[in-house]
Design a protein around this ligand. Sequence first.
Ligand code: SAH
Length: 269
Amino acid sequence: MSDFTGPEQYQNLFDPKAYLDDYYRLEGDCMGDEYLRFSLKHLAQIYSSGKVKGETLIDIGSGPTIYPLLSACEVYKNIICTDFTDRNREELKAWLTNQPGSFDWSPVVKLVCQLEGDKVPWTEKEDHLRRTIKQVLKCDILESNPTDPVVLPQADGLISFLCFEAACKDQPAYVSALNNITTLLKPGGYLVLSGVLGNTYYMVGKVKFSGILLTEDFIKEALRGAGYTIVSFERSDTTEESFQDKSNFNALYLVLAQKKCTGLKGGSD
Ligand code: SAH
């Protein structure tokens, strides 16, 4: 357990620029390439279905990234980004305000436009996303109100990518964090949760961060226990061996789940 990197390590050691450079350049030598293509493809499908939409979407644990929101901004009017660390939120704000030196997401934006059938020019989508992100808030998924002291009205949608496996020290903590964020979602609202399976660590620059080992069965059970119906579970087993020095996951997953309308939260474990 002592290997667990918790909130303090994230605040002090997680370098947003190194993270973006290590994982989101969308180039063959970049580890995030496979994950980006997998998740963006499924996001484009989910948000073009017409079923998943609404006024407000909250991204839980955005880090310094915006890629999961590029298709979502076509179907939600407002987006709230959140993250635990000050530096990640600052990096995100730098991109939102188009500051020189902020990360270049344009290859990723272009890919999403392509996946959506080139309906809008990429610059237009980028501007649209910048206008749709209305707030960048501090959040801690380990707290019962993750955005404390801000109390948000329940949102129509939640999205969370690669955050739970990083932030939680074990499976009970994961279950509890899932219950925490579920309070932010309206009954009937949709959650898109995505990440990696079989992973125990990942590198950000030279710093090693822990991950908890997740399985498909555990995630499904945790979602059902938190009061969701699983709509779809996409999974892709990776064959890539060449990035073992950076992370050791063996599969990618993306799940769409709907919060039940019964008002009962289900299991309290
Ligand atoms: N969603 C981004 C970032 C994932 S990296 C992406 O898809 O790339 C993991 C993120 O979890 C980091 O940004 C880190 O700051 C955040 N994090 C770690 N502990 C957290 C906590 N307790 N609550 C909320 N976010 C946390």
